[in-house]
Write a protein that binds this ligand. Structure first.
Ligand SMILES: Cc1ncc(COP(=O)(O)O)c(C=O)c1O
Length: 495
């Protein structure tokens, strides 16, 4: 015979009267938990509604509605004239939720898949919400022509009711055509719009490429240091990721050939190596294409920020030299517009298109048809090109101000690297201070540079800060850099 639940048993229930969770919900949750973790046993009698109401200082109606809810969910049963009892049917089936607190490690390794275990160690950091100054890769959101953009979005909501439905799996035809024009004008690429698949940012393109083209244990050559989130994808999908060093010409092809097996995929950022900023030489580009052709490897060209080159014209993409179709060109609007637009694309040989579309159907289906139409019109009207031109000038100025300020305030502690492209500079740290320590200390002062070492697989060759300049207003740069100098100089004396 199971004993009736006494007041003592329920005395651990503390009602939080200031909580936004209604009182009846707090009581319901508590009773459910007691039943699931075995504190209340099958057939055990619950206190009468009157008793419990008195004990908890709530109305009887509240307790009645709690019991009715639990009866309807099957946790308890009401027996006319006898009271309310924990359901018998739960006997033996109740998953016993351990009440002891698991350590984080036990929790991770006890419950998660191998994939999730792996990803828990990822160094990739999402940049959501407000962003502290100098965080790399952040565009000048303060200068985005929001009103103008909103007109395009508003028009897209009125032009066609089907924009409110699921979009085309490949992305809207119109946007794909706008992107093909853009690639011809600015990247020297002759691409049929049929080869363009719209994705939710470059990151989704990496996921799709990996799932469509890679098998478990396939070799992937990946730039080292390199883009962290892309590397995580290749590894999660089962790739044997081989870290290829960067030399003065870009991805060190001779090193990779000598040290690693023939790759299925080669991940590279030839226009502006992420994070070192090197542009791949023409010789290296040709050699890489030749190698990929001979070995039937696929090259992923991540062209994430090539719009921003401050001297001369942007170099044509690696893909523009590819005559045999071994390059999968990935572009994104996260840098050229704003990250939350969540639109990127991948240019794939037509023969693979169907497989990519089917894979995309599984991974998030389509982007917003409204955003696709707005973006397409924004591009076709020249607003996109105009915005890029403005940002190029702005970013160049922001870069110059940052370099001057570093020279004035930090020359004893940082050696900034000159750069003619992109949205960040590297600044090597003198005197052996670790970049991770510098990053953490600067973060306390509201400065969010990233340590170069997190981009490395294995030990870092350099200790440097990656300083994004594109998202920091000119007027605040000198003051921030002066603060940076004080923080870093204190570290110097501590070491
Ligand atoms: C090297 C590189 N590639 C691509 C991306 C863009 O990713 P997404 O388009 O998914 O925002 C980033 C963003 O930080 C990046 O640093």
């Amino acid at each position: 015979m199971v004993k009736a639940a006494t007041g003592a048993l329920l005395s651990t229930l503390e009602i939080d009267r200031r909580s936004r969770v209604p009182i009846y919900r707090q009581i319901e949750d508590f009773l459910r938990q007691m039943i699931l973790n075995g504190s209340l046993l099958p057939s055990q009698k619950l206190p009468s509604t009157r008793e419990l109401a008195l004990e908890l200082g709530v109305s009887r109606i509240t307790i009645k509605s709690v019991y009715e809810q639990l009866i309807s969910e099957g946790y308890v049963q009401g027996k006319t004239g006898a009271g309310t009892f924990v359901s018998e049917g739960l006997d033996g089936e109740t998953p016993v939720v351990p009440s002891i607190d698991l350590t984080e490690k036990e929790y991770l390794f006890g419950n998660f898949s191998k994939t999730a275990e792996h990803i828990s160690f990822s160094q990739a950091i999402a940049r959501y919400g407000s962003i502290l100054p100098f965080r790399p890769g952040v565009p000048a959101l303060d200068k985005f022509p929001i009103k103008r953009w909103n007109k395009y979005v508003s028009r897209a909501t009125k032009s066609d009711i089907t924009n409110f439905s699921y979009g085309d799996l490949l992305g809207s035809k119109k946007l794909r055509a706008s992107i093909a024009h853009h690639l011809a004008d600015s990247r020297g690429m002759q691409v049929d719009p049929e080869q363009i698949l719209i994705t939710s940012g470059a990151q989704q393109a990496f996921v799709l490429i990996s799932y469509v083209l890679m098998n478990k244990n396939d070799t992937v050559w990946y730039e080292n240091p390199g883009h962290i989130a892309g590397r995580d994808v290749m590894r999660i999908v089962g790739g044997d990721v081989s870290p290829v060093p960067i030399d003065g010409e870009g991805l060190d092809l001779p090193y990779a050939i000598q040290n690693f097996s023939i790759p299925k995929l080669i991940f590279t950022t030839p226009s502006h190596q992420q994070p070192l900023g090197i542009t791949m030489s023409l010789q290296r580009r040709l050699a890489l294409l030749k190698y990929a052709h001979e070995k039937a490897s696929w090259i992923i060209e991540d062209d994430y920020d090539s719009e921003f080159r401050y001297r001369g014209r942007p170099l044509p993409a690696l893909s523009a030299l590819d005559k045999v179709g071994r390059v999968l060109y990935v572009g994104t609007f996260s840098k050229s517009l704003f990250p939350s637009v969540r639109i990127g694309y991948v240019v794939v040989p037509e023969i693979l298109m169907d497989a990519f579309a089917k894979m995309r159907n599984i991974f998030g289906q389509t982007s917003s048809a409204i955003t696709e139409e707005a973006l397409s019109n924004f591009m076709d009207d020249g607003a996109f090109a105009e915005h890029i031109r403005k940002m190029r000038r702005l970013y160049r100025d922001r870069r110059d101000i940052l370099l001057n300020a570093l020279q004035e305030n930090c020359s004893n502690i940082l050696i900034p690297q000159q750069t003619d492209a992109g949205m960040h500079i590297l600044a090597d740290i003198k005197n052996g201070i670790s970049d991770r320590l510098a990053h953490l200390e600067l973060l306390k002062s509201g400065i969010d540079s990233l340590p170069l070492s997190i981009y490395y697989e294995g030990p870092a060759e350099r200790q440097a800060l990656v300083l994004g300049f594109s998202g920091v207003q000119k007027k605040v740069i000198p003051e921030l850099v002066s603060k940076m100098g004080s923080v870093l100089n204190c570290l110097k004396t501590v070491n």
